[in-house]
Write a protein that binds this ligand. Structure first.
Ligand code: C2O
Ligand code: CU
Ligand code: CU
Length: 505
């Protein structure tokens, strides 16, 4: 509880709360009285798209002598150097590429001035390797992450996970890809090398001198911290030179809160071939796709019919039903066709076999109710404040709980299958919910959009809930025992308490 209060203070929330919070915030958070204009996220600024996005360099985990979380600098915008955090010299970290079956040994050292750890988002590994907030590495300390990869090919990623410090550390630059390949995927001969492009999309704010700014206030904790500047792989407003070929574009939404409705500026359709947990069974043709923080999507884009000098943008389109998000359209990355090349790749009709977990009536079903900031009749610290007899909660909850490291809200059997229903019908906020230690399948969505989207037809570890939505997930828990987390991947929400433990026994 002390800790939660500390977050409120360090965010400057205490001050704001005392002045005007009760009336304005209560009114804005409650479902029926949402005032869109008052809390419209900052408008995104268009850049010039004249910074070249380098081709990716993948790193084999065995070539990583040590992974070091460090204070470093990067040129993100206007060629100005700014202080960031990184897992190497510069923002972000090595793009790790490994194979299923590999034994991973990564010597991690913490050169930050505070505790941190590494969470391998999406990997199915033992609890003590998973970067649970119980397992932090103190400043100056080190830890050996050792695990064997035993899961499908996919675009996984890594980032810090210390209690109440995840948002700031990830925002300041600690995040990167952990790609797993396997024989099934290799056999498809998907575009690779310069034609396989991992992109992490993040939004940032800067101070006037272009130094990176993370200073969430009360509203930012409620809604998420939105930036005016959209970065791709740590660069603002970049362009990518491409040939008239098929490209495999693998996208991670590494933003703390912003959801993107990905589309091409010419309206062309493209194919989703994979999601969080790897390939779908067949390619899905779409013209736009929502991607929430923590989610990944694997796309194939056909550039073969464009002529040299054509410019096409990856952009985010307007979308509805998402409270204050989705109100603007903006560009993310420019594709510039610079070379005519012949292409032999053809889109496979089948990608993978996905075993659909059978739903039977005797499965244990659990419900997780998502709570936003606002009125809560139960009292109890955690930054709560009293306003006229009711308690103002400055946090987000799951089943009315904020994070407590010693509390286990569900105990599940290793190897068992359960149905988890996530219910976002209480408050007018959106929440990308992520589960550690398991990959799940989305069975259904009711309320709100009322259906699944293309990327939800495969294995997932993060799922977006718009206001009024309920999703039903099915999952079989692996043999790794111990405490794992279910939390909101809006990182401001996570750090304001929207995270709970479950235990695999
Ligand atoms: Cu990517 Cu628990 O998070
Ligand atoms: Cu995770
Ligand atoms: Cu949330």
């Amino acid at each position: 509880m002390m800790e939660r209060r500390k977050f409120v203070q360090t965010s400057g929330l205490g001050l704001i709360a005392g002045i005007f919070l009760p009336s304005i915030l209560l009114e804005s958070c409650k479902k029926s009285t949402m005032n869109m204009n008052a809390f419209k996220p900052v408008t995104v600024k268009d850049g010039l798209f004249n910074t070249l996005l380098p081709n990716p360099t993948f790193t084999n985990p065995s070539d990583i002598n040590s992974l070091v979380a460090q204070n470093t600098t990067a040129e993100i915008i206007n060629g100005k150097s700014t202080s960031v955090l990184g897992y190497h010299n510069g923002i972000l970290g090595p793009m790790i590429k490994a194979n299923n079956g590999d034994a991973i040994f990564i010597a991690f050292s913490n050169q930050l001035s505070e505790e941190t750890n590494v969470h391998w988002h999406g990997l199915l590994i033992p609890q003590i390797m998973d970067g649970h907030p119980d397992q932090v590495v103190t400043s100056g300390g080190s830890y050996n992450y050792q695990f064997t990869i035993n899961q499908r090919a996919g675009l996984y990623w890594y980032h810090p996970h210390p209690e109440m410090k995840t948002a700031r550390q990830a925002y300041m630059g600690l995040a990167s890809f952990f790609i797993v390949n396997d024989t099934e995927e290799s056999a498809l001969n998907l575009p690779s090398g310069d034609y396989e492009i991992p992109l992490v999309i993040q939004d940032k704010r800067f101070y006037g001198d272009y130094s990176l700014n993370y200073s969430p206030d009360m509203m930012d904790v409620m809604n998420g911290y939105f930036g005016q500047y959209i970065l791709v792989n740590g660069l603002f407003s970049p362009y990518k030179e491409i040939e008239t070929k098929w490209y495999r574009i693998r996208i991670l939404n590494g933003s703390t809160a912003r959801v993107y409705n990905l589309a091409l500026s010419n309206g062309a359709s493209f194919y989703v071939i994979g999601s969080d947990g790897g390939l779908l069974s067949t390619p899905e043709s779409i013209s736009s796709l929502l991607l929430a923080p923590g989610e990944r999507v694997d796309l194939l884009i056909d550039f073969t019919s464009y002529s040299v000098d054509t410019e096409i943008f990856l952009q985010s389109n307007i979308f509805s039903g998402a409270s204050i998000q989705g109100l603007d359209q903006f560009k993310i990355l420019k594709f510039k066709v610079t070379k005519q090349t012949t292409e032999s790749f053809t889109l496979p009709s089948m990608l993978s076999t996905i075993f659909t977990i059978p739903i039977s009536s005797n499965l244990t079903t659990r419900t997780w109710k998502l709570g936003g900031m606002g009125m809560n009749s139960s009292s109890g610290g955690m930054g709560g404040m009293n306003s006229g007899g009711s308690n103002m909660q400055m946090n987000h909850t799951i089943n009315n709980k904020t994070y407590n490291s010693s509390e286990i809200l569900a105990t599940v059997q290793a190897g068992s299958t359960e149905i988890w229903e996530i219910d976002n019908s209480m408050m007018n906020e959106i929440h990308p919910i992520h589960i550690h230690g398991v990959q799940f399948q989305v069975v259904s969505r009711t309320g709100g959009r009322g259906q699944l989207i293309a990327s939800e037809k495969g294995w997932k570890d993060t799922v977006l809930l718009m206001p009024d939505e309920k999703v039903k997930l099915i999952m079989t828990f692996p043999q790794h025992k111990g405490k794992f987390l279910i939390h909101c991947h809006n990182l401001e929400h996570e750090d304001s308490g929207m995270m709970v433990n479950f235990e695999i026994v």
